[in-house]
Design a protein around this ligand. Structure first.
Ligand code: 26M
Length: 819
């Protein structure tokens, strides 16, 4: 009996109650009457997980019996967000769970609030990985996600006197009911030491890596359910544990405390997510993390997911590893090491295999964000990998020399090893050389990759480069996050849109339907009421009623230009208090910010402080007559995004053209019926093309104009000197008006804007102000605005991550879908 497939519990309220009580009583060991909210949440989560298990085992069984190619998504980050609602939706259990809990005297909504979101990512890149695995499950694409189970995810942000304070995110402290640990499945991972040459029995020259120290990788599985399709894929995250060698040391050295400390050292590897999201610091622990999860994942795939008689030469038929940025790129020399050193393949054969197993996604255009690792560090931590990288580079540079005889400058530019400021490994070059395909994440970004960042490579291998525009999962970011809009859509065109977002096109005609527009506005209003309740309870913020809701949520970065948004608000405020602007003529507007700054990023932190300071002063100033309000709820995360985005009227996507690779928040807003004010950057370009110019507020220079201005020599002071409103706003900030008279508090911000302004905020200022004036005028015509909002929804189906997955499958992976 136990050998057969397990059966899912029946889809009925009675069965659900029974399962829930069993989890509560036997799992948590408490009777209902004495159970805490956390007990109830854990029991509920386990109950829902139970419904997924049979499907998960069945999906895995089917996959084992096929030999079809799968995707191995390698990502250092998965910004999953809360799991409960998603699992309920995927299994179509929401109503049943609600009724079952009700029968037990429990409100489902109260339990929803208990869940701590797994914040195992920084921002866009990590959230994208979470959307992609959701879409692959929904499309029935064979995929296993690999990553790190950080004990501490992205820090919790609080504000003390307006300044960001970081608090460790101890997300596991109440237990994680969604993970399935396998402490018995240990994967050994080695570091340090040196290499030795030897001759094997067949007389061949071989290399042996004599390890310096080891850790073990412990497997944690998470289920990734498809949307009501019976498919449940796997996300496998690794935790580092000390080996028994560490335990033995305890006896040998007789220094118990020291031995336990070295154990801690090994276990540090999966301790914490690095909170930088663009400027790699070259930290040794970060490289340890990268190698650790990648080594575990390759080993796991080859040893544990393939039949025992598996021949590694068949690897390209079984797997394509997608590299989510350069963070997992050390997988390339690791696979070479496995094939050459462990499996005894000839170098050329191993290289032929390796070159078919990887594809690389680049997520940036900022030169400072491209990862490099010092050769000295690599040699110390991964000596064998460093040798392999040198050898890959030799072969590659031979290829370059053959294609461009005598062009040594080009050879130097393209080399995997760079010389300045120190000898280091350029991970993007390594990734490009070894990958089947290299993709950017929006059309403009892919074009700039080809024409600029990786131009030499695109000339050598034009067919290697492709674009896959990002997407977001409509399950989480529309269906779950916006139940009112979802109901309106489903009532209007049926439920099919949730797994086929192109069907939103059918809403287009309703833009002209007055009754539909009325309902659409009612949805927005209800979402505004909801966010008002959330911010009141969560942050003690009292949002004013009846305002245009203007939202800018994303990591704090100079290139994203929260500075420009601040200048806009300060200009309005300055106009009012100086009497130049009649407050009655200002459209009542609430601006909501959400942003975490990397803890070591000074300018970003000062910007946060200034926004908070401005909010305090502006919100309290009676001269504003309640027509401007600023809110900056701390700790913007996926959970808050799900509440905030559906309520927004205006989406701020104002990065300097050519800097934001794609953006994905921009897509979430458009899909929820906000209009975008944005530059011609990243996926904004495609959003505008699809929704139409009339339904998008474009401003600012485009990328060629930016390049031209920079080539001419940009002088921000010119703009300050010639633009009165701008000068006055900057002067107001510099005067200490917002910072309690403290002029220094804004010194870095103002000083940089006037003398440097690397992201040309001042150059785009007037154009931005003009666009905001157009926003105000358009908002005054609610019928026109609503039409545009509806058209944004109807024309944004393209931005489903299901479509992104289709594109990856067609252009890169060539895997089959459907189990
Ligand atoms: C690197 C080294 C050390 C610590 C952290 C990092 C690091 C972590 C995340 C560097 C970059 C990271 O992410 C970059 C990122 O999120 N890029 C964004 O990717 C999104 C998805 O493609 C795009 O939509 C955004 O435009 C892009 O900024």
């Amino acid at each position: 009996l136990a050998r057969g497939p397990v059966a899912s519990p029946p889809h009925s309220v009675d069965a659900f109650v029974k399962e829930f009580l069993r989890e509560l009583n036997y799992g948590q060991g408490v009777p209902l009457s004495r159970s805490s909210l956390n007990d109830q949440y854990l029991a509920l989560a386990r109950t829902v997980r139970g419904y997924l298990t049979a499907r998960w085992l069945e999906t895995a069984r089917k996959r084992r019996s096929h030999t079809e190619r799968a995707v191995g998504y390698l990502s250092a980050e998965y910004l999953l967000g809360r799991q409960l609602d998603n699992a309920l939706l995927a299994t179509d259990l929401t109503q049943i769970a609600e009724d079952a809990l009700h029968a037990c005297g429990i409100e489902l909504d109260a339990l929803r609030q208990v869940e701590v979101e797994p914040g195992l990512g920084n921002g866009g890149l990590g959230r994208l990985a979470a959307c992609f695995i959701d879409s692959m499950a929904t499309m029935g694409a064979p995929c296993i996600g690999y990553g790190l189970r950080y004990e501490y995810g992205i820090f919790k942000q609080t504000f003390v006197d307006g300044r960001q304070i970081e608090i460790p995110d101890n997300w596991l402290s109440m237990g994680d009911p969604w993970e399935i640990a396998h402490p018995e499945m240990e994967v050994p991972v080695h570091f340090g030491g040196h290499t030795e040459r030897y001759v094997d029995e067949a007389g061949r020259d071989r290399v042996k890596w004599i390890h310096g120290w080891d850790v073990l990788g412990i497997r944690y599985n998470y289920m990734v359910p498809g949307y009501q399709n019976g498919v449940v894929n796997t996300l496998r995250l690794w935790r580092a544990r000390a080996t028994r060698a560490f335990d033995l040391d305890i006896f040998n050295a007789g220094d118990y405390a020291q031995a336990v400390r070295s154990q801690t050292f090994a276990e540090n590897i999966s301790k914490v997510l690095y909170p930088e999201d663009s400027t790699p610091q070259g930290k040794e622990l970060r490289l340890q993390q990268q190698y650790f999860f990648v080594a575990c994942s390759l080993y796991d795939f080859i040893k544990h997911t393939q039949p025992t008689d598996f021949d590694v030469r068949d690897l390209p038929e079984r797997i394509i590893f997608q590299l989510n940025d350069t963070h997992p790129v050390i997988a390339i020399p690791e696979l070479m090491r496995l094939l050459v050193d462990d499996y005894g393949l000839e170098w050329e054969d191993a290289w032929g295999i390796t070159r078919q197993c990887f594809a690389y996604t680049c997520h940036t255009l900022l030169p400072e964000a491209l990862e490099v690792w010092p050769v000295s560090l690599m040699e110390r931590l991964l000596p064998r990998h460093m040798e392999i990288i040198y050898r890959i580079n030799e072969g590659f540079l031979d290829e370059v020399r053959e294609a461009y005889p005598g062009d040594e400058l080009r050879v130097r530019r393209m080399s995997i090893i760079g010389d300045h400021p120190e000898r280091s490994v350029r991970m993007a070059h390594l990734a490009t050389v070894a990958s089947v395909k290299v993709n950017g994440v929006a059309e403009l970004h892919s074009q700039l990759l080809r024409d600029k960042v990786l131009n030499d490579f695109a000339e050598l291998w034009p067919d290697k480069f492709t674009n896959v525009t990002n997407g977001v999962t409509p399950r989480r970011f529309v269906r779950q996050a916006n139940p009112y809009l979802s109901k309106l859509i489903t009532d209007t065109i049926g439920v099919g849109w949730v797994a086929n977002l192109d069907r939103l096109e059918e809403l287009e005609v309703y833009a002209e339907d007055e009754d539909f527009r009325e309902k659409f506005r009612a949805v927005k209003a209800a979402n505004k009421e909801r966010i008002t309740r959330v911010l009141q309870r969560r942050d003690g913020i009292a949002l004013p009623e009846g305002h245009l809701l203007d939202v800018m949520v994303k990591r704090l970065h100079e290139y994203k230009r929260q500075s420009l948004k601040l200048l806009h608000i300060v200009t309005l405020y300055d106009g009012i208090i100086s009497g130049r602007l009649d407050p009655a003529s200002v459209t009542p507007r609430t601006v909501v910010f959400g942003a975490k700054a990397a803890p070591g990023y000074r300018m970003a932190k000062e910007t946060i402080y200034l926004i908070n300071s401005a909010a305090t002063v502006i919100n309290a100033d009676p001269r504003v007559e309640g027509r401007l309000f600023m809110a900056f709820p701390a700790n913007y995360n996926v959970t808050l995004a799900e509440r905030l985005i559906p309520a927004a009227d205006l989406s701020e996507q104002i990065s300097l053209a050519g800097k934001e690779a794609s953006g994905t928040g921009n897509m979430k807003f458009a899909l929820n019926g906000a209009l975008t004010i944005g530059t011609d950057d990243g996926a904004n370009v495609e959003i505008r093309r699809l929704v139409g110019d009339d339904n998008f507020f474009l401003f600012g220079m485009d990328e060629p104009q930016v390049a031209e201005l920079q080539a001419r020599g940009y002088r921000p002071a010119d703009y300050y000197e010639t633009n009165e409103n701008l000068r006055s706003a900057i002067n107001l900030i510099a005067s200490g008006h917002f910072t309690g008279g403290d002029r220094d508090a804004a010194g870095l911000f103002v000083g940089d804007l006037l003398s440097n302004d690397a992201f040309l905020a001042l150059a785009d200022y007037q154009s931005y102000m003009d666009a905001q004036a157009r926003v105000e005028a358009y908002y005054a015509d609610q019928e026109a605005w609503t039409k545009s909002a509806i058209l944004n929804v109807a024309r944004s189906g393209y931005f489903s991550s299901d479509r992104s997955m289709r594109d990856y499958i067609d252009r890169i992976w060539h895997v089959k879908t459907g189990v």
